[in-house]
Every structure is written in C-alpha cells, then in structure tokens.
Design a protein. Structure first.
Length: 187
C-alpha cells in the first residue's frame, strides 16, 4: 500500500480508490441479481450433468407423487411421519399399563427364575403406583398393583403344570411304537 503501487496512485485521503468506493444501492442490487443468475445457471448446469450421468435414476419414490403436497400445513408433520415410519406406539400410561397387565402372566411364564419374576413384578407395581400419582392422561387408570408373593406362587403352579404336560407328551411319544421304515429309507 505504498505510493509506488500503480493501482492506488489515484487514491487520496479525501477520495477512496476506485475499488474501494461504496456501491450505490442500484449497483448493489444489480450485482446481487447477477450473482443469483450466475448461481442459478451453475446449479442448473450441475443438475443437468447429474441427470446425464444417471444420478437421479432409480431413486426411491421415483414416479410417485410427493406425500403431503397440496395438503394443509401441519406443524407436527415430522413427528407424525416418524411415528408412522418407525411404527412407534405412543399410548397414555393407563392404556399401556392395562395392556401390559393383560399379558403379564404370559410374560412371566417366559422368565426362568423366581428372581426375574420378582424383579419384573416390582417394576410393574412401581410404574402402576407412579401412574396413580400423576395427573391422568387419557382414560382413568384401573390397573391395580399385583401381589408379588401371590404372583410368584401362581407362577410356580403354572410352571409345574407346564412341566407335567411336557412330560406327558414325551411319555406318549415314547410309548408309541416306532414306525417301520421302508428298506430304501433306512439309514
């Protein structure tokens, strides 16, 4: 920025150099339009090149209408789409606990130890009690906590019945005479 610089020879402290003088509002708008046009041209060129290369061929949803186009704007569109796409079930706690209570015996039967059964029942009871202390969301909560000791006794009884049934099936299968196999099927 010395005086020997040929670009800044005509600059004085009173008058800025030609490159530095502020643009008028009309000049700024014209420059912005030129940049936008140039950018649009560049974007169009990139899209055209990608189409020629086949980058847009076989995309998912090709040939199908865009969902939600023309419908009213819903501010929760993304969460509704997520729930539908991921199949997320959002139920009020009272309905969720009622549903879990209906299948609780079947779930307890899949557990293998008394400790697991006790832990699951205590967790279920704590969630029922916590739901009772909250403000009701949705239908009223009619699910009652389960008696842990009574449920463990019932679990032992169901388990004993299942074992007896399984032994009876195995005994019946063992009592049946073996089917004779044809001579070409013997191994």
């Amino acid at each position: 920025m010395t005086g020997t610089d040929p670009e800044h020879d005509d600059a004085t402290p009173d008058r800025p150099a030609p490159e530095q003088r502020p643009l008028s509002r009309a000049e700024e708008q014209a420059a912005a339009r030129a940049r936008a046009t140039q950018q649009q041209t560049w974007v169009d060129l990139q899209v055209r090149r990608a189409m020629d290369r086949g980058d847009f061929d076989d995309l998912p949803g090709a040939g199908r209408p865009i969902e939600g186009l023309g419908a009213e704007h819903d501010p929760d569109w993304w969460i509704k789409g997520l729930i539908e796409r991921e199949r997320v079930v959002v139920l009020p706690p009272s309905v969720e606990l009622r549903k879990e209570d209906a299948g609780l015996d079947d779930h307890l039967d899949t557990l293998t130890t008394e400790g697991q059964v006790r832990e699951h029942l205590e967790d279920f009871n704590s969630r029922v009690i916590a739901a009772r202390y909250r403000l009701p969301e949705g239908p009223p909560l009619i699910t009652m906590p389960r008696d842990v000791e009574a449920e463990i006794v019932a679990w032992h009884e169901r388990r004993a019945v299942r074992r007896l049934d399984q032994r009876a099936r195995l005994d019946r299968r063992d009592d049946q005479p073996a089917r004779r196999r044809r001579w070409w099927r013997r191994r």
